[in-house]
Write a protein that binds this ligand. Structure first.
Ligand code: TEU
Length: 545
């Protein structure tokens, strides 16, 4: 595989609204990120993925863009952004912008023009359809309800795969594509180093027909998606030193090989989410569920082998701004000992895989879900819509809160926990969302002082990736896949072999007979000997060199 430096990189995702507030208005801002660049440099990360900072009514916290060319004043000014890029570059940290070009906010000028009349030159920027018998199709919005909104003024419906205030763009219209390429190039001109493209595998819609499911089959990995991505590549970031990643909803390995194989000149890498649905009973997110460990291992390994085989490139991650905190979800946050042990082992198990590791703000200190007790504490539109829908279905408020406690996107959106002062040092004002009540124990300041903290495990893992080509280019060999507690695999590269053993249970486990763990220890969490591994223990051993 051609050597490409970006493949040695680790990305740190920042959700600016919850990262660091320097104005006291209770919301994070760009200057707050600049203040913390030395911390990120200490951690050793290579890129910052900045979730959307563009002008937005913030119904979906910035994923509903009303002006792509202006910085949302809640986050600061264009000068603040330019300073962030400059200061990050001075610390050898690159900036990856998050850009949402599958849909715009209904506050966007294009949509405002489009909805004025059927003859508007912008009408065909979106999907407007007339229908006598209600919504044109039975497709469901990912945020609940039908995916079509009726507009009385022009007696037509418009498509919104997400919130009703997020209208889907018509990529079949070449004017839309050219307008979007100009926007991407606008930000490239500010010296950014890459992009994360939001739900980019939904941009090509096929037939508008009723679905036997919820409609996904008509717009996921659609008929022209690869053509569009290649055109996007060639008109913007292609042939530049930029790293791109596509968020791929409900996609396949085959498509992701096509999206990320460099010879196809589409994207550099892909996010897929199949491994983060192993606690969805019968695929249902809004239900209480337990992690299916075998399914988790199988999906992770299938994607590792499939993408390696196709010379594509995975993003490897547990957390992001849409997902619950992994230590509460797949680890154990019921005690300080179990929280630390499970957070470290989850990190080791993930960071030894092939692909680009993504660390979500706070994951590196083992931040947990906040375990909110009332619906009033929630802010996320998807979660609030789910609450009202489940209530309409007759579920008790208590039961719904238990579901939200597990699955809400707000689990990852509580303020970054910097120190043990009020609001965890995130803001001097009233925070837009409550801080998790364990911030006095779990915060950056405390973690920096403790050489055994989760933070220092993440720092060590980032360094290992920078220093060891086996992690970048080595192939992977899953073993003991039928084990009920252990996640075990090998990495091979040239003459080297690394063995990775991670115990996903809180109980001590006897190692399988014949598993030879002699060799040099690369990194370890907990106690491991030839026969046993401690609860949530992990070890990486160089068994051949
Ligand atoms: O997320 C796509 C998406 O489907 C998310 O809603 C997420 O996968 C889901 O909540 C998991 O159950 C992207 C952004 O990451 C998300 O924040 C936006 O709300 C969404 O697109 C619309 O732009």
């Amino acid at each position: 595989m051609k050597e490409q430096d970006w493949r040695k990189s680790v990305v740190y995702q920042i959700y600016p609204k919850s990262f660091n507030d320097t104005t006291g208005n209770g919301e994070g801002d760009l200057k707050g990120i600049i203040e913390k660049l030395d911390y990120l440099q200490f951690l050793g990360i290579d890129y910052i993925w900045l979730t959307p900072i563009y002008e937005s009514p913030m119904n979906d916290n910035g994923y509903d863009i009303s002006n792509y060319l202006k910085v949302n004043e809640n986050f600061g000014t264009l000068d603040d952004f330019k300073l962030l890029v400059k200061e990050a570059h001075q610390r050898n940290i690159k900036i990856m912008m998050d850009i949402v070009i599958n849909h715009t906010s209904t506050e966007h000028q294009w949509f405002k023009e489009a909805i004025k009349s059927k003859d508007s030159p912008y009408r065909d920027y979106y999907f407007f359809r007339s229908s006598e018998e209600g919504p044109p199709t039975n497709w469901e919005s990912k945020f609940g309800g039908n995916a079509w909104k009726y507009d009385e003024q022009t007696d037509e419906y418009y498509l919104h795969l997400f919130d009703v205030t997020q209208a889907d763009l018509n990529w079949d219209n070449p004017d839309v594509r050219q307008a979007l390429y100009k926007i991407v190039n606008h930000w490239i001109d500010f010296g950014v180093d890459g992009f994360r493209f939001d739900v980019i595998n939904l941009i090509s819609k096929g037939e508008f027909k009723d679905s036997k499911k919820i409609g996904k089959e008509f717009y996921t990995d659609g008929p022209r998606v690869h053509e569009f991505l290649h055109e996007l590549n060639q008109n913007t970031f292609g042939n530049k030193d930029m790293m791109t990643v596509g968020e791929m909803s409900s996609t396949t390995i085959d498509h992701c090989v096509k999206y990320s194989n460099p010879n196809r000149q589409e994207l550099s890498s892909v996010f897929n989410f199949h491994h983060l649905k192993v606690d969805y009973p019968d695929g249902e997110k809004w239900a209480k569920g337990k992690m299916d460990f075998h399914q988790l291992k199988e999906i992770l390994m299938n994607w590792q082998l499939g993408i390696y085989e196709g010379e594509g490139w995975n993003a490897i991650f547990w957390c992001n701004h849409d997902q619950p905190r992994v230590v509460s979800r797949f680890g154990d946050d019921s005690s300080e000992e179990l929280r630390q042990a499970s957070a470290k082992t989850l990190a080791i198990a993930l960071h030894m895989l092939q692909g680009t590791p993504y660390i979500y703000q706070g994951e590196e200190i083992g931040m947990t879900n906040p375990h909110f007790k009332s619906i009033e504490e929630y802010r996320d539109i998807e979660s609030l819509n789910a609450f009202h829908y489940l209530k309409s279905q007759g579920y008790s408020e208590q039961h719904i809160l238990e579901i939200l406690d597990q699955k809400s996107r707000d689990n990852s959106r509580t303020p970054m926990q910097w120190d043990d002062s009020e609001n965890a040092g995130f803001t001097s004002g009233e925070s837009w969302i409550a801080t998790a009540d364990n911030y006095q124990k779990i915060n950056v300041e405390q973690a920096m002082k403790d050489s055994e903290s989760v933070l220092h495990t993440y720092k060590a893992l980032i360094n290992l990736r920078h220093q060891n080509d086996i992690l970048i280019y080595g192939n992977i060999e899953p073993i003991y896949m039928d084990h009920n507690q252990l996640f075990v695999y090998r990495r091979h590269y040239r003459h080297q072999t690394w063995l990775i053993i991670a115990n996903f249970s809180k109980d001590e486990v006897t190692l399988p007979d014949g598993l030879d763990i002699s060799g040099d220890t690369i990194i370890q969490n907990g106690t491991v000997n030839q026969h046993k591994i401690s609860g949530f223990g992990a070890i990486v051993i160089e068994t051949a060199k």
